[in-house]
Design a protein around this ligand. Structure first.
Ligand code: UDP
Ligand code: MG
Length: 309
């Protein structure tokens, strides 16, 4: 069923004591039919309830349990699970049973058709409107701006090529943006519809403030995607625009030589725009130097190779 590929399941856990036993049971039922073997990696993000005790009680030869010293957040928990995985396919899902382990075979089947990332799409979501509406807008924006074309980039249930995912360093709240980060390495991305259940036990760890973090991350990631390898195109472009704009007050100066008040205003505006263009060039040069240093460090390797025959 899996083409003998090993599956690593990565699950971030923060105060999910009432969900873990049932989750483990459901996962085991599904994964036992996978011939390539499997591991389930739970990352306890320093829960303050009994989650860790429960994880210890369900530990077996297929499970790995990592416990953080403090609460670092979902992205770090997922990164720790990914770093400690060895599977050909990594499947991430939430610990709260909102994602359904019974969808795993569907993801794997699609993956085996030749994709490197198969994303779950919660077409029929069971969250309240204050969650689903901002999430729909965010997903639409992320999909358009980061060019993933996915309907539901925020769904944790996804299957990834393990070798690629282990090469991506996640930071900030990038757990919502893994497909965008993934595009740096592969465009073989697909999606399948998956079940979504309402939370039975425990509560969501996020509130409406996440909207602002998502907006900031969208700006940062889309900038990264476009200018990661050519920062001077962006900063040099800004410098050029600023320099061209400085001609407007310069020209206006000559038409208002008699009016000393307005003359000063135009002069200040012109100086600000000219100085800004130098600052933009300086920032661009700093970015170029960082890029050059990192390329030297990685021996110019700003690409990923699939195979060399
Ligand atoms: N989570 C985590 N660390 C945190 C917050 C959340 O590991 O600081 C885990 C949480 O236990 C769950 C997943 O991340 O398995 C998604 O969290 P949640 O269900 O609260 O998010 P929502 O479904 O509301 O987006
Ligand atoms: Mg949830």
């Amino acid at each position: 069923m899996t083409d003998n590929k090993k599956i690593s399941i990565v699950i971030p856990v923060y105060n999910e004591e009432d969900n873990l036993k049932l989750l483990q049971e459901k996962l085991t039922n599904v994964l036992n039919s996978f011939e390539g073997g499997y591991e389930i990696i739970y990352v306890d993000d320093c829960s303050t309830d009994n989650s860790f005790e429960i994880l210890k009680s369900i530990k077996n030869e297929h499970t790995k349990i990592i416990k953080f010293r403090r609460n670092y957040g979902q992205t770090a928990a997922m990164q720790a699970g990914i770093n400690n995985s060895s599977g050909d396919i990594i499947i991430t899902l939430d610990a709260d049973l909102q994602n359904d382990p019974n969808d795993i075979p569907k993801l794997v089947e699609k993956y085996n058709q030749g994709y490197d990332l198969v994303s779950g799409w919660r077409k029929n979501r069971h969250d309240n409107l204050t969650r689903t509406i901002p999430s729909k807008i965010a997903n639409g924006l992320i999909s358009k701006i980061t060019k993933t074309g996915l309907h539901d980039t925020g769904c944790t249930l996804k299957a990834y090529n393990g070798n690629i995912l282990r090469n991506i360093n996640l930071f900030a709240d990038h757990h919502r943006f893994i497909p965008a980060r993934f595009l740096e390495h592969s465009t073989r991305i697909a999606e399948v519809e998956v079940e979504h259940h309402s939370r039975m036990y425990g509560k969501s760890k996020y509130n409406i403030l996440r909207v602002f973090r998502v907006i900031i991350d969208i700006i940062a990631i889309s900038f990264w995607q476009r200018y990661k390898n050519k920062p001077m195109y962006f900063w040099g472009g800004l410098a050029l625009i600023s320099l061209l704009l400085s001609f407007i007050p310069f020209i206006c100066l000559f038409f208002n030589l008699s009016n000393t008040n307005i003359l000063l205003l135009y002069l200040i505006l012109m100086v600000i725009l000219v100085v800004s263009s130098f600052v933009f060039i300086a920032i661009g040069l700093v970015f170029e130097s960082i890029l050059k240093l990192s390329l030297e460090y990685y021996k110019g390797q700003n690409y990923t190779v699939e195979t060399i025959l």
